[in-house]
Design a protein around this ligand. Structure first.
Ligand SMILES: [Zn+2]
Length: 447
């Protein structure tokens, strides 16, 4: 990239961050004028993309760009991003070092909601295509870009509808690439090498409300077995009896890949299948690693009682279940009922989401991402991984076997913590890395 290209790319991301494209499940509170303005900004800023690529709008706000390839031998490639963002909580405003919607640069960082999730991705894809098209880029195969506008609230009207649109047209993709993994630094103890984590699967995130019942009455003469007491037993049973740990293909691949960096401990990882009974115990002691090997249950809200001196007739707890690929929602429900079989409880399903399918990590598609990630970050070790969070990409399972989740950014623990949080920002070098990655990747498809 020339210095001028870099300056422009920074300006473009800065402007992108000034549009308040904030998702909300309460439709009335969404300001769609901001979405219109953002889309107009894309059109104005990337004239080559809009001239050379066919644009289809899905549900008014999701642009799908299509660049025709000169042959039809290979399946097309689909690049994903989303431009909606999570809100900035009012009481955290004071903690932001820069205006979250100001598009400000400070100490080589571009600040703003969406700087890491996910306007950086949208802008990088656009910058790379704009530059390549200027040079007369002609891919062998078809290239598609699809941009979601409601990823943060589930992606039903964006990603789901786009995937359906592709499916109806009978399209299939060799590769679908979305946000998710990144090049992480100092996240695993003892590993100094940057790890380029490519997400090949996602856990499912479901919500179940468990309710216990008891007699009401005055708290001066309490009976045994109050609703809160029963609920406490249920919570304790769940905590003491987690679901069984299991090794999935991406986690096995990740552990194998990490083994050489961990000395003696690495032997356990290298033979993870054999050592799993022991290994699982060690992994379970870390929140992150535990989430990789089992379906987890987290109590996020509890509700009981309305007066200080009245026994509540009902007490309930909300459980966020993150389902490991291979387990099903029904397995989780059965497990909950089994460990609490002696208690009188009711279970209410609030959100039901199964785990995603697992994309292979020995595919050509995976190797392509690996190769190009290494061009930009030659010091990194590429590993498959299982995402605990969700992305739009799982909606595309109906149109591809190779769904990969990776942003070519280097992330410190601090950067990771800033996503969806205070002082979300991206280092300008990270923006340039992302653009370079997409340029390199797209060049692979050139004839
Ligand atoms: Zn995102």
């Amino acid at each position: 990239m020339t210095q001028e290209d870099r300056t422009l790319a920074v300006e473009h991301l800065k402007e992108a961050l000034t549009y308040r494209t904030i998702s909300s499940i309460e439709e009335d509170s969404v300001d769609f004028r901001e979405y219109d303005a953002f889309l107009a900004f894309l059109k104005r800023t990337y004239p080559m993309v809009h001239e050379k690529m066919e644009l289809t709008m899905i549900n008014t706000y999701s642009p799908v760009y299509h660049l025709k390839g000169i042959e039809k031998v290979h399946l097309p490639v689909l690049l994903l991003g989303h431009y909606d963002v999570v809100p900035v909580e009012e009481n955290t405003m004071m903690d932001w070092e820069r205006d979250p919607f100001g598009g400000e640069v400070h100490a080589h960082h571009i600040y703003g909601r969406g700087a890491m999730d996910d306007k950086n991705q949208v802008i990088s894809i656009m910058e790379s295509l704009e530059a390549l098209l200027h040079e007369g880029y002609e891919p062998g195969r078809d290239i598609y870009v699809a941009i979601g506008f409601d990823e943060e609230i589930g992606g039903e009207r964006g990603a789901r509808a786009i995937a359906e649109h592709f499916r109806e047209k009978g399209l299939r993709f060799d590769l679908v690439l979305d946000e998710g993994g990144a090049v992480v630094l100092n996240t695993v103890e003892g590993v100094k090498t940057p790890l380029a984590l490519i997400g090949v699967a996602e856990k499912g995130s479901s919500m179940i409300r468990i309710t216990a019942y008891g007699d009401g009455g005055h708290s001066s003469m309490p009976q045994k077995g109050s609703s809160i007491e029963v609920l406490s037993q249920a919570v304790r049973n769940l905590m003491k009896n987690p679901m069984r740990p299991r090794l999935t293909a991406p986690v096995r691949g990740m552990l194998h890949g990490m083994a050489p960096f961990l000395g003696v401990k690495g032997i356990l990882l290298r033979h993870a299948d054999l050592t799993f009974p022991v290994l699982a115990k060690i992994l379970s002691s870390s929140g992150v690693m535990n989430s990789m090997v089992r379906t987890t249950m987290a109590m996020t809200m509890a509700k009981a009682g309305s007066a200080m001196n009245v026994m509540p007739q009902e007490a309930s707890v909300y459980v966020n279940v993150r389902i490991l690929p291979g387990d099903t929602f029904q397995d989780v429900l059965s497990h909950m009922k089994k460990v609490n079989r002696d208690l009188d409880l009711s279970y209410e399903v609030l959100v039901k989401e199964e785990a995603s399918s697992i994309s292979p990590h020995d595919s050509e598609a995976f190797k392509t991402i690996e190769r190009n990630a290494l061009k930009v970050h030659p010091d990194a070790k590429v590993l498959p991984y299982l995402m605990a969070g969700g992305s739009d990409s799982r909606k595309y399972e109906c149109v591809s076997e190779n769904i990969l989740r990776f942003s070519c950014v280097r992330m410190t623990k601090e950067d990771l913590d800033s996503i969806h949080s205070t002082n979300e920002r991206i280092h300008v070098d990270n923006l340039f890395s992302m653009i370079r990655f997409y340029v390199e990747l797209l060049r692979e498809y050139e004839t």
